[in-house]
Design a protein around this ligand. Structure first.
Ligand SMILES: Cc1cc2nc3c(=O)[nH]c(=O)nc-3n(C[C@H](O)[C@H](O)[C@H](O)COP(=O)(O)O)c2cc1C
Length: 245
């Protein structure tokens, strides 16, 4: 296994950071890595906002509720799915914005943004830094958009904390190959045969260092999906100008 893949298999979300500052050079490399990924039709439909203002950082951390590391991490970026640039070009040339507003374009911008973020995550981890995605900014997506003064056709998807890791958990075991890879067609029988993985995760939770618990992976999903999360996101997306057609 080459060192890049080895690093990827060691990924673990880090929520405890040392009081150390990332240099601007390091940040520039992370941003370069983020923008170097593939991008649908070269649209580069994302923006990255670094949150350096302490008050703003605390306001965003309060929205997340569950992610106090947003306050403590040296660096916090918000990743924005962004078709506003394209809107500006089209408007300048009196062209309809309909093609930017549909579901496909929303997919394109969220996919581009996610690729950029994961590229940054891999780059940061290759430098020995720790990262954690912070989707819980969507607990109040409208407030985040207001705080960051986001224009139409933009969606704040998630944040990312980055810093020098303090406490680091062991990597969480992922599903065996039979649960996520098939050939030529979707293999529901194999993908849903989760008994082996449920046992693996039950053992993992029982034996890990912190926050031990008695649960299988199926239990965790039952619990998570017992309610509808963030129903206001759909309305927000429409208010940002997307028609979702
Ligand atoms: C899009 C996305 C959003 C996430 N949001 C949060 C979050 O708001 N707070 C948090 O502590 N972790 C968050 N995470 C981290 C996941 O909880 C974590 O990746 C998952 O439990 C697997 O653990 P691991 O990354 O340590 O392997 C998020 C991950 C992703 C991909």
């Amino acid at each position: 296994m080459n060192p890049i893949i080895k690093n990827m298999t060691q990924h673990v979300s880090v929520r405890d950071f040392k009081d150390e500052t990332l240099s601007q050079e390091t940040k520039n490399e992370l941003l370069l890595a983020a923008q170097s990924g593939s991008t649908s039709n070269f649209v580069q439909a994302f923006s990255i906002i670094e949150i350096t203002d302490k008050t703003l950082r605390n306001e965003l951390a309060d929205i997340t509720v569950s992610s106090p590391h947003v306050k403590k991490a040296d660096t916090f970026y918000v990743f924005v799915a962004d078709l506003h640039r394209q809107a500006t070009i089209l408007e300048k040339h009196h062209q309809s914005l309909d093609s930017l507003k549909n579901m496909e374009s929303l997919f394109v911008s969220t996919i581009d943004t996610t690729i950029a973020a994961e590229n940054m995550a891999i780059a940061a981890e290759s430098m020995g830094l720790g990262i954690c995605f912070v989707g819980s900014i969507r607990n109040n997506i409208q407030q985040v958009a207001d705080l960051l003064q986001l224009p139409e056709l933009t969606v704040p998807l998630f944040g990312m904390t980055i810093g020098v890791p303090g406490i680091k958990n062991a990597p969480k075991p992922r599903m065996p190959k039979k649960n996520y890879v098939s050939k030529n067609a979707y293999d529901a029988d194999s993908f849903n045969d989760l008994s082996e993985y449920d046992t693996t995760i039950k053992e993992y939770y029982a034996n890990r260092e912190t926050r031990k618990q008695d649960a299988t992976w199926s239990d965790k999903n039952l619990d998570f999906f017992k309610e509808i999360h963030r129903p206001d996101v759909a309305e927000f997306v429409k208010n940002q100008g997307f028609t979702l057609e």
